[in-house]
Ligand binder design. Sequence first.
Ligand code: NAD
Length: 482
Amino acid sequence: MNKTAVTVAYGDGIGPEIMQAVLDILMEAQAKIDVECIEIGQKLYSRGIKSGIEPSAWDSLRRTGVFLKAPITTPQGGGVKSLNVTIRKSLGLYANVRPCVAYPPFVHTLHPNMDVVIIRENEEDLYAGIEHRQTDEVMQCLKLISRPGCEKIVRYAFEYARQNGRKRVTCFTKDNIMKLTDGLFHKVFDEIALEYPDIENEHWIVDIGAAKLADTPEVFDVIVMPNLYGDILSDVAAQIAGSIGMAGSANIGEHGAMFEAIHGSAPAIAGQNVANPSGLLLAAVMMLVHIGQPEVAARIHNAWLRTIEDGIHTADIYSPEASTKSVGTTEFAAAVIARLNQLPQTFSAVTYTNAPKLRSAITTIRKPAANKELVGVDVFLHWRDGSPDTLGRLLEATNTQALALTMVTNRGVKIWPNGLPETFCTDHWRCRFMRTDDNQPVQHSDIINLLQHISNAELDFIKCENLCYFDGEPGFTLGQGQ
Ligand code: NAD
């Protein structure tokens, strides 16, 4: 059998030690892979390479289409952008598959029957990373959700469920609040669910869904959700299953796949030989299935299950009741290697022969363009010189023949006309101007004219959002309290 080229990055923090442990196991199990190492992350940042990745590394990733990646460190609050997000989005790895499984009684958990797969959308949502400081007091992050993005991930979730013998797909969104963005995700979920009558489907609002997941995870099977909720809740799910150190993930796209642990680089325990390599190892098992080496995948997975059953545990899952030996990263890897020809005794042995590939075969058919009608504009102002009524009066004076002020909100709450004095206002105002004649379409020139009036009134506009109807449906929401 020919070897498959796999791009490997050792990453930051605990990355190098868990990657070495995993590669040692893969080699001993005779995985047919040719490792191409690339450097990414902190080493490159410190050399002044802001992207954290060099062009030659992209060449390797695009050539092999298979990436086994250890975690990397991303600065918090400021600094360089997340390379993880860049890689997922640049390579179109839209589906993040995160199985979270309990291993009772060998690994302590309050949820012994838990076996949930979280399918996290990987390219959109607040992870577009488009942020702006708009005023002295207000920062903004754009949440972008697209129909093709929703269709791909939702269809992937149903295909995954069908191919893996799963019974139900649940969708989590917050569409009672974000009616257009999360609303689209939910709507597409309902549409696509109709095409899979053999799979049950349900939707939960994410807050109560998260509470239920943390409390009774065994009622869930496959859960599909937008990027941010999926990021947060897969960590919760992995941790309550036993340990964040035990969950692997696959990032799947049409042109490639990346396999990684779901945890981060855990800098506090780096270099101490205490990290659990299981998350990355289970990701590597998914990779072996993906590249068509199911026997090696099963051999490693079964040896790992046997190691866990034998009570040979790293510190994160060690307990005097369930463990026989507390080991470091390298000793854990050696214990798995020693069991490569053994099957688990208590857990069911896994087999991946005939396992469906995690590959993506999802196509989306773009809908024809809608009939779009411009009916108004939201103009955003940076202003702090008085009361909402003062602002309302100033803005009414800027009305044009085509566009008239109908509402002002502050952080989404209507404060003009007829706001409440109790409402706290920042220096960031959204001012809605609607067309004066319902039969007259608004032109770009009308908006430019309005902005000129606003500028002449010495009001500082910071951006505007066009208000359109799409096939007669408003493409904008009401103000809170409107
Ligand atoms: P983390 O997952 O690195 O650590 C959270 C906690 O879990 C820590 O207490 C850590 O010691 C423990 N832990 C994590 N993995 C473990 C393992 N394998 N064995 C034993 N214990 C383990 O999360 P964090 O501290 O929030 O993030 C650290 C860095 O990792 C940040 O820079 C973050 O951006 C990055 N990160 C990277 C990825 C990735 O590369 N895919 C994912 C998440 C976070």
